[in-house]
Design a protein around this ligand. Structure first.
Ligand code: HXC
Ligand code: NAP
Length: 284
């Protein structure tokens, strides 16, 4: 979508960048000329993805193991990146954990683990890199991946909803507070985009057949990874320099369909509309 070389010379860290959407967004950053750093807990996954991404794009990828819950590990990613590539320009907070469950069935540890990965992980990276940018008087761009239930809330994924709402609040708050340091923050709220990580935890077993996510999207399909990558690259690039503190939804209209009071009238067949129209009489 963006012109060739739109991210040339930029170094971007993608948390959770070895799998799923993080990997797809990272791939497009590489295609646009960026240097990429991918981090997560599983080094063997990161190394395999780094190799694959380098071969596919010809770009440079650094894989650094990091549990985003651990602040010293986050600081180590920043140090390794600066030693390897020099100045850091962008951060994509994409790492997450999630599962479905009635909330009363969750242990407090299960609740906490999602808050720790999603909210604490995102604040850890944002704080560590923000401090480093401010000290060095360098500008920076932060993009946070949330979800549409960050503002609607949602049953059965309550820890994730709490955590993503916190990430959105932080995005908007720091967009204002850190603008004076030339640090810009935005968020993306994706609807359903198939990934192994999300589908295995949110649609386990037969659920995928019973609750096909495409059925809840007005445009009638799930998202394509490149569609999300296009938006992420735009928000990471200087083309969006005047977009700050925004959350952009990319969900084919999914959340609005759930919110609209009469959206369920979609189920009324044309013949019934014909009958309703006839019964109220035509006035020419
Ligand atoms: C209830 C669960 C559970 C489940 C684990 N737990 N899975 N409780 N339902 N399905 C509980 C465990 O019993 C344990 O509590 C505690 O959570 C920690 O579990 P561990 O397995 O020890 O944790 P860990 O190995 O660190 O794994 C973390 C994880 C795992 C979050 C549980 O799923 C993971 O690694 N996820 C990372 C990737 C991911 O989730 N991707 C999907 C993102 S999709 P006790 O009390 O027994 O010790 C997404 C989409 C949002 O965010 C929007 C969609 C539209
Ligand atoms: P995914 O492939 O499971 O991605 C999650 C990533 O986070 C993994 O690479 C995982 O790697 C990493 N991670 C988990 N815990 C971590 C920790 N403690 N420290 C560091 N890294 C950790 O799932 P995805 O679907 O691509 O999700 C990516 C993002 O999109 C998430 O923020 C998710 O909430 C969001 N999202 C997805 C959808 C969708 O439909 N797919 C919809 C809305 C929002 P390790 O296991 O190696 O640590």
């Amino acid at each position: 979508m963006l012109r060739d070389g739109a991210l040339e010379g930029q170094t971007i860290i993608v948390t959770g960048g070895g799998t799923g959407l993080g990997k797809s967004m990272g791939k497009y950053f590489l295609e646009l000329g960026a240097n990429l750093v991918i981090t997560s807990r599983k080094m063997e996954v990161l190394e395999a993805s780094a190799k694959e991404l380098e071969e596919e794009t010809g770009g440079k990828v650094l894989a650094v193991q990091c549990d985003v819950r651990e602040y010293d590990q986050v600081e180590n990613v920043i140090k390794q990146t600066e030693e390897h590539f020099g100045q850091i320009h962008g951060l994509l907070n994409n790492a997450a954990g999630n599962f479905i469950s009635p909330t009363e069935r969750l242990s407090h540890r299960a609740f906490n683990i999602i808050i720790d990965i999603v909210l604490k992980g995102t604040t850890n990276f944002t704080l560590a890199l923000g401090k480093s940018w401010i000290n060095a008087k360098q500008p920076g761009t932060i993009l946070n991946i949330v979800t549409t239930y960050a503002w609607t809330g949602s049953g059965y994924v309550v820890p994730s909803a709490c955590a993503k709402a916190g990430v959105l609040a932080m995005t908007r708050s720091l967009a204002v507070e850190w603008a004076k340091y030339k640090i810009r923050l935005n968020a993306i709220a994706p609807g359903p985009f198939p990934t192994e990580g999300a589908w295995s935890r949110l649609l386990p077993g037969d659920l995928v057949k019973k609750f096909d996510p495409a059925n809840f999207v007005p445009v009638g399909r799930v998202g394509e990874h490149q569609e999300l990558a296009n938006l992420a690259a735009y928000l990471m690039s200087d083309y969006s320099a005047y977009v700050n503190g925004e959350v952009v939804t990319i969900d084919g209209g999914e959340w609005l369909m759930g919110a609209g009071e009469f959206s369920h009238l979609e189920k009324i067949p044309q013949e019934m509309w014909d009958m309703l129209e006839a019964s109220r009489g035509k006035k020419g």
